[in-house]
Ligand binder design. Structure first.
Ligand code: UD1
Length: 339
């Protein structure tokens, strides 16, 4: 079985490539390296012992993308990660986000259609729910107005896939991720933010290792037990494993609907201060942080109802918050050693 992984040198993509290979899938990566490095292919090979095929080009390039699908008409499925994901940047440069995230998806679907490739797993996000009225949030919760162009691209992408499935035989699984963190236990792959990290966990580990002076905790006046915002953090390897199950389900024709949607989280919410405490405990480091104002656009609290994914996919996130934070720290230490 041969799978295209777009964005396969990126953070979630690289972990998924490893899990696919370890489950016997052959992988072709397409990535334009806009937010990742070609050396990740070497790291993947070190872990799995198998070098994935890799083609470097931009999936917004119509000619190259359609040509790729023509050359790879034997693909059994596609897992589409390649996208921009910085919320703040999307507010500052909306056209960049709409163009990149939507154009690439449209061309992938076109290429699949032209070559009879039927299965796609799509990277979506819990951001499509905004601040849900009820917690934990289920897959049938209403899609609220997006708070950022990034979030909007995820909502529109889901719609494009749905509308297209209505009139073609392309089957899709939409995976709504909560907050992926941590790194592979080998510490050979992990999150590699270019520039100042936007996300909490890389900011924590970079502060502890001395790359950043201090972490700003955005807001302590939320309506939560300790006043800081709550998220459902999930280990990236748990998340990667869910992709293998999702793609397996599609290629073996076990899906019950043409488009299926799953929340991927642990079902547990942790506050920013709880994440910091876990980090300090497992790393034996004292973290320099200060409380500042809320970050515009942040929701107060969100965590997943994971019953549908647990029951239907037979998948469950296994790693604890401490394990997630320790793996993130080991990755940061490995990066320092490699310098
Ligand atoms: C956001 C998006 C999510 C997207 C993800 C990828 C929303 C609502 N969520 O997640 O869809 O997939 O980015 O980049 O748009 N925090 C601090 N200090 C920091 C950084 C973060 O206190 O320096 C806090 C935030 O306020 C938040 C939590 O940590 O409460 C997690 O933040 P972050 O890691 O940026 O993820 P989200 O904003 O939840």
């Amino acid at each position: 079985m041969k799978i295209l992984v777009t964005g396969g040198t990126g953070y979630i993509g690289s972990h998924t490539v490893v899990e696919l290979q370890q489950s016997g899938y052959q992988v072709v990566i397409v990535d334009n390296l806009s937010n990742s490095y070609a050396s990740v292919v070497d790291q993947i090979e070190k872990i799995s012992g198998i070098r994935p095929d890799f083609e470097e080009f931009d999936l917004c390039d119509e000619k190259r993308t359609l040509d790729f699908f023509k050359r790879h008409s034997d693909l059994d499925g596609v897992i589409h990660f390649a996208a921009f994901k910085a919320v703040g940047e999307s507010v500052a440069e909306p056209l960049k986000y709409y163009h990149n995230n939507l154009q690439s998806l449209i061309l992938i679907l076109k290429g699949m259609q032209e070559n009879g490739i039927q299965n796609i797993v799509f990277s979506s996000s819990c951001t499509v729910y905004g601040q849900p009225d009820e917690l934990p949030v289920t897959e049938s919760a209403p899609i609220k107005e997006a708070w950022s162009p990034y979030g909007h691209t995820k909502q529109i992408s889901e719609k494009i896939i749905q509308n297209n499935a209505n009139v073609t035989d392309i089957r899709a699984t939409l995976l709504r991720y909560f907050n992926p963190i941590g790194a592979h236990e080998s510490a050979l792959i992990g999150e590699l933010p270019i520039g100042v990290p936007n996300n909490l966990v890389p900011f924590i580990t970079q502060t502890a290792i001395g790359l950043r002076e201090k972490l700003s905790v955005f807001g302590e006046d939320y309506n939560t037990p300790d006043g800081t915002a709550i998220r459902d953090y999930i280990h990236v390897v748990d998340l990667a494993k869910a992709h293998v199950i999702a793609v397996d389900r599609l290629v073996k024709n076990k899906n019950q609907k043409q488009v299926e949607v799953f929340n991927l989280g642990t079902g547990n919410g942790f506050s920013v201060l709880e994440v910091i405490n876990s980090f300090e405990k497992v790393s034996a480091q004292k973290l320099n942080y200060q409380i500042v104002d809320r970050r515009p656009g942040d929701v107060e609290q969100v965590w997943a109802d994971t019953r549908f994914a647990n029951d239907v996919l037979g998948w469950k996130a296994e790693k604890s918050l401490d394990e997630m934070m320790l793996s993130a720290w080991n990755w940061e230490l490995a990066l320092k050693k490699a310098k």
